[in-house]
Design a protein around this ligand. Sequence first.
Ligand SMILES: C[S@@+](CC[C@H](N)C(=O)[O-])C[C@H]1O[C@@H](n2cnc3c(N)ncnc32)[C@H](O)[C@@H]1O
Length: 178
Amino acid sequence: MSGMFGETRTAPKHKSVEWYTPRWVFESLDLSFDLDPASPHDMPSQVPAWNKYTIFDDGLSKPWQGRVWLNPPYGPETGAWIRRFIKHGDGIALVFSRTDTSWCQEAMQSATATLFMAGRIDFIPGLENQHKKSRCGAGTVLFAMGEDCANALQRMRDRGVFYLTAQSDLDAAAHAQR
Ligand SMILES: C[S@@+](CC[C@H](N)C(=O)[O-])C[C@H]1O[C@@H](n2cnc3c(N)ncnc32)[C@H](O)[C@@H]1O
């Protein structure tokens, strides 16, 4: 089934995943994180997270605690990272906007809030990509899980199309009536 829904249509495996989130994203969110489970191993990261896992730790197999920042390695494994993020339920994920894939469909249904970015982000090249221009092959979407993260994502709403999921609208309405 997963092939049918395009799991393998994300970036081909040979492409480098060493492209990093620019600092302005974190400044706009104005939020710090407990964990970045997919962090560079050979250069300092801009991600404001207390704990980081690199490829040598294999962040997908380790425990995740607290508020997570996730910009996962892109490729056939992206779905596993996003599903782990959804299950974890606390954090913000930034991924290519592949709305046809099952992992993106699941995230759109599960996120507390979603921001489809206008235009393309210039990602920071890792060491192996220093000679290349940002390989921005698609748009970007950010998913927020949990109220704090949804509020932070809302601070970036002028950067694209922002929406709260229907369920979080209902939760907010119920909260207001209490
Ligand atoms: C797209 S980059 C994002 C880096 C950083 N999280 C950010 O937002 O700037 C993905 C990173 O995940 C790392 N990575 C790849 N496989 C991993 C694994 N199994 N566990 C932890 N990190 C991994 C890569 O080396 C790369 O630095």
